[in-house]
Design a protein around this ligand. Sequence first.
Ligand SMILES: [Zn+2]
Ligand SMILES: [Zn+2]
Length: 268
Amino acid sequence: MKEDVLKKSIFPALVMLLTIVTLISCSNDSSDSDSDTDDSLPEGTATPVSAFGEFNPDAVTVSFDGDDITIDTNGLPNHTTPYWEETSPLYIAPIVAVAQTPGRIGGDRSLTLTVPSIPEIAATSTATGLGPIGISVTGVPIFNDTEGPNRPIEEQIVETFDYAGAHNGPSGYHYHIESYDVPENTVLSQNDEKLVGIMADGFLIYGRKCNSTGNYPTDLDVSGAHSTSTQHSEGEEFYHYHIINEFYLGSIIALFAVDLQGTPNSIM
Ligand SMILES: [Zn+2]
Ligand SMILES: [Zn+2]
């Protein structure tokens, strides 16, 4: 009888002790992950190497050196555009452009971007400026939604974009917006989940749809990014941008009109 009483009083005490230990270890776990990042996104996942197989090898050389990835490009499109000289085999008459910016494709437009192989989300985001903010899979630089000298893209500028969403500027040919849906467009993302390129902070950018669901992502942060798997990551989740599925000036889709969430590296 006495033994039974003892068992009855020790057992609940043991259960309570175990519960307290479990609660303490659980709260330790959650405070650890809170101190790593102030949002729910994991930091520091390696960029999947197979993504670099999407870059046009005729224009782009990718080299891996320790913790760094270096992307060298000649900066020239591998596709047709009215911005080639008329003598070029890649010259075509304008399909969508009703006006053209001065100058034609030519000269030394080579660019280099070195990024960490494990890019991280920075404590603060960074606004992009004029000039290259990323390198696309064709090798042509990605520009934001502004035009020199510091004016937002407006109707007159939109009129100068070719079907690839690009035009020529003092620093050469560059993309501002998503390609138009025309038969000639076979190389760039157009309302799909294709890889678009790599941004200056080392994070990849994909089209408006995500391979993880096959549809428009609904969990994007303010920069149009999230952490999921893609067609390049074999189920592994990593942080990447998407072209944000919102019309700009009612009809066009800017490639990247938001802040970079990582630390930008120079593209020059
Ligand atoms: Zn421009
Ligand atoms: Zn995605």
